[in-house]
Design a protein around this ligand. Structure first.
Ligand SMILES: Cc1ncc(COP(=O)(O)O)c(C=O)c1O
Length: 215
């Protein structure tokens, strides 16, 4: 294919997608018979596919990420302006939006003082695991290594995050995974947490809100 693209020729996009894109979280076998869905445009809470079919997007981009809605002009302008001014620099240096947004976030998070920017929830957990491992190395000479998670927990799709996942059906084909974590099959309580933290090899516990047990 050459680089040109006629906006009305979505069949070409479908063909390129079918031939070259590996989608996440879905089976590709049905694409042998049917076309994959291409989301072409979004406005507010609605999106449209390649056939003009309209959908109410109640899950913010399929994975809860576009929760401000589609087509927000003020956001597009702010992104454009920043891209023109400075599109990227490694976090080893600061940036104007990075510093000011961190200040705003911290105002909303009592007890916290610093923000570490990541690209995803999985990556945030990887970083958190590394932080507690590093603290455990400094404080306990590397002897406390385990991180507890709860039954039915989900923490992301990277290997360390999966090893702290309490949903065995998600992990079945990717093991061995128990790289860093130990299951905490009992319902969480202050008592069970302080017991766990006092045992010899536990570095810390993953701490999202409790997930209802489906077992
Ligand atoms: C509690 C929790 N942690 C981590 C993640 C992973 O986030 P991401 O998909 O951005 O990697 C999710 C995603 O649903 C989540 O619900």
């Amino acid at each position: 294919m050459d680089g040109t693209f006629n906006e009305n020729d979505l069949s070409r996009v479908v063909a390129a997608d079918k031939a070259h894109v590996w989608h996440h979280l879905i089976q590709h076998k049905p694409f042998e018979e049917n076309d994959p869905r291409i989301i072409v445009e979004g406005k507010g809470m609605r999106v449209w596919d390649q056939n003009g079919k309209e959908f109410l997007d109640a899950v913010s981009g399929g994975v809860w990420t576009v929760n401000v809605g589609y087509g927000r002009e003020e956001i597009c302008k702010a992104v454009y302006n920043q891209m023109m001014k400075l599109c990227y620099f490694a976090q080893s240096a600061g940036s104007i939006p990075g510093a000011l947004f961190a200040e705003k976030l911290i105002e909303k998070m009592p007890g916290m003082s610093r923000v570490y920017y990541n690209n995803s929830g999985s990556e945030a957990n990887e970083k958190a695991f590394k932080m507690v491992r590093q603290i455990a190395h400094k404080k306990y000479g590397g002897k406390k290594t385990k991180i507890l998670y709860r039954d039915r927990d989900y923490h992301g799709s990277t290997l360390a995050a999966m090893s702290a996942c309490g949903q065995d059906e998600r992990n079945a084909q990717y093991g061995p995974l128990r790289l860093i974590s130990s299951a905490c099959p009992i319902a969480w309580s202050t008592a069970s947490t302080s017991w766990a933290l006092s045992t010899s090899r536990v570095a810390t516990s993953a701490l999202p809100p409790p997930t209802p047990s489906k077992r």
